[in-house]
Design a protein around this ligand. Structure first.
Ligand code: FEC
Length: 311
């Protein structure tokens, strides 16, 4: 009777309802409640996306179920997945606690974000590790999977599809630029020798090459509303230069994200699209990975590999 291995699947988390937005925002701001203006603005953004729902919750649930299915195929009976969210319930610590309650003593942690930064994936890992140590669960982690051939293939297929959609829309005329993007982080990560920027450029270059795209660049998006400097240029600052260069259409490939959620459905589909239109350009976006089978395989294989390499 082999002992089961826990898999802590970690994701950003999203509010459960409009009433929950303030608590969620306060958690993101490390316990500091937002001003009424900031809160109203965030609620407005949620209301603007597909009917004011919180698609990230359903997508995360689907990804956790998809990963469980895939692991079951690859190693029947060995793995049990638990969810742990950064800013909403069930929190990362809740997930570890549930594993421990179920008698799990060995677990692998993986984050639903492909690129490593101390400020993103690193902070999920730290919280999980602290709770696991407290409860006597031995944990190992997948740090990144941004160059796994299957995630690259899934992203490449989406760029190819997106380009053919755009080309149809434009009757094959006019210059098209592919803009890879990811969530910005405070500029201070550069002082920490953080791999985040380099990993994002690696993914972008590999996908561009596989999709035979020559006209591409990388841009940041969704910087936080704080006073410190964030990595730039932001996509909204990049668009005017592209219009000046004669670009007629932009295909955004948000390779730092894996799900339909606010930062994609609002920041790109509403805000960036409107900015591009104002500049006389068409802006479109690749489909997100969500529960794509190749993404599920990337996660499952990365989990198994992390466990194997631990010995
Ligand atoms: O759909 C949803 O409900 C959630 C969308 C969402 C995702 C997401 C991903 C990342 N964030 C990252 C870093 C930061 C840092 C701050 C910050 C702030 C916010 C706010 C909202 C928000 N984030 Fe987020 N993020 C999402 C949503 N994020 C809402 C607060 C309002 C605002 O500033 O826009 C700044 C915190 C501070 O104030 O100090 C830093 C990173 C990711 C991608 C990796 C990951 O998924 O973990 C990094 C999705």
């Amino acid at each position: 009777n082999r002992k089961q291995t826990g898999v802590l699947v970690m994701s950003y988390g999203t509010p459960e309802s409009m009433d929950d937005v303030e608590a969620y925002y306060t958690h993101i701001r490390r316990g500091h409640a937002p001003t009424p203006e900031l809160l109203a603005e965030l609620k407005g953004r949620y209301e603007a996306i597909v009917g004011g729902v919180f698609p990230l919750r359903e997508n995360t649930n689907g990804q956790v179920a998809g990963l469980q299915d895939k692991l079951e195929q690859l190693a029947p009976g060995q793995f049990v997945c638990y969810q742990g969210l950064k800013h909403a319930k069930p929190y990362i610590e809740d997930g570890v606690e549930r594993m421990a309650k179920d008698g799990i003593t060995q677990a692998v942690g993986i984050v639903l974000a492909p690129h490593f930064s101390t400020m993103s994936v690193g902070s999920y890992m730290k919280r999980a590790q602290e709770k696991a140590a407290e409860l006597g669960v031995e944990m190992t982690f997948v740090r990144q999977y941004h160059m796994h051939p299957k995630i690259l293939k899934a992203l490449t297929d989406r760029v190819v599809d997106g380009l053919s959609r755009l080309s149809e829309e434009m009757d094959g005329e006019g210059r098209v630029k592919v803009l890879f993007s990811a969530h910005s982080l405070p500029e201070k990560i550069r002082e920490l020798d953080d791999p985040y920027e380099q990993q994002l450029l690696e993914t972008s270059a590999a996908v561009a090459k596989a999709a035979h795209v020559k006209d591409w660049q990388f841009s940041w998006q969704s910087a936080g509303r704080t006073r410190e400097p964030w990595l730039g240029p932001d996509i909204l600052e990049t668009l005017p230069g592209l219009a000046e260069e004669g670009v007629k259409a932009v295909l955004v490939a948000p390779v730092g994200f894996v799900s339909d959620h606010l930062e994609v459905l609002y920041d790109l589909d509403i805000e960036a699209k409107a900015a591009a239109k104002e500049l006389g350009m068409t802006l479109d976006r690749i489909a997100m990975l969500n529960r794509d089978p190749l993404y599920m395989e990337t996660l499952a294989e990365s989990v198994i590999e992390a466990l194997d390499s631990q010995g």
